[in-house]
Design a protein around this ligand. Structure first.
Ligand code: NAI
Length: 217
């Protein structure tokens, strides 16, 4: 049903948010919505929404709006939520444990199958029924199990080594929480998550008025 054109990264970055809003609408029994209504809820312009949705199909109908279910399912399909993924976490500290304990990722189809750490005090413990294994067994585990996404939650100094093991064992997607730009092999995708970047952006915005507020005076 969707168009097979490549979607720009700017649109891709907005897709999860569209999916979230459309899921909420579905939960509330709303079966259609106009771009104007959606734009007011999402604080985007209606034309931006129409342009974005036009990238992947003809969902809108003049005078009818969008069929919420169709649009939701198509966006989920484009994001790849019609599949399921096997994931492993390396580093079972604060961040690794928080991710392991967050059950919603599983509901979206991201299934955590193993956690690895170097600390003997952690090895053998369980998170949501998943054992923390010795990181020395990572390579062998990846040789035997096809893993789609590797999650890096180790200190910065260990992150590249972890990424190398992932890549050497054929993992094509890495979710990286360590504050480092990882070197990747061709065809491997990295998505970095840096909470501190977001916090510093907030700090900038908090201080923006103080920095530039008087410029026009
Ligand atoms: P933590 O010290 O609580 O956990 C790190 C874990 O990695 C420990 O359990 C340690 O035993 C384990 N580890 C160390 N070397 C290892 C190796 N070679 N293989 C397997 N496990 C190993 O640290 P935290 O707070 O969980 O942070 C983890 C990473 O996430 C760090 O790189 C930190 O800088 C980063 N971080 C990222 C944030 C973000 O927004 N992306 C926010 C906070 C931390």
């Amino acid at each position: 049903m969707g168009k097979s054109t490549v979607i720009s990264m700017a649109v891709v970055r907005r897709l999860p948010r569209y999916r979230r809003y459309l899921s909420e609408l579905l939960e509330n029994g709303v079966d259609r919505i106009s771009s104007k209504e959606l734009s007011e809820r999402m604080n985007l312009t209606a034309s931006q929404i129409r342009q974005d949705f036009n990238c992947f199909g003809d969902f809108g109908q003049q005078g009818y709006g969008y069929n919420v279910k169709e649009l939701h399912n198509e966006i989920a399909r484009i994001i790849g939520l019609n599949k399921s993924y096997k994931t492993v976490i390396v580093g079972a500290g604060n961040i690794g444990q928080a991710i392991a304990n967050y059950s919603s990722f599983g509901k979206l189809g991201f299934n955590l199958v193993a956690i690895f750490d170097v600390n003997p005090k952690l090895i053998g413990l369980k998170f949501r029924d998943i054992d923390i294994r010795d990181v020395d067994d990572l390579d062998g585990f990846l040789e035997e199990n096809k893993i789609d996404i590797g999650i890096i939650c180790v200190p910065k100094a260990q992150a590249q080594r972890t990424a190398d093991i992932f890549q050497d064992r054929g993992i094509k997607a890495i979710w990286n929480f360590a504050p480092i730009d990882l070197k990747t092999k061709e065809g491997v995708i990295i998505e970095n998550v840096h909470l501190s970047d977001s916090l510093l952006t907030l700090s900038y915005r908090l201080n923006e008025a103080e920095l530039f507020g008087n410029e026009s005076e």
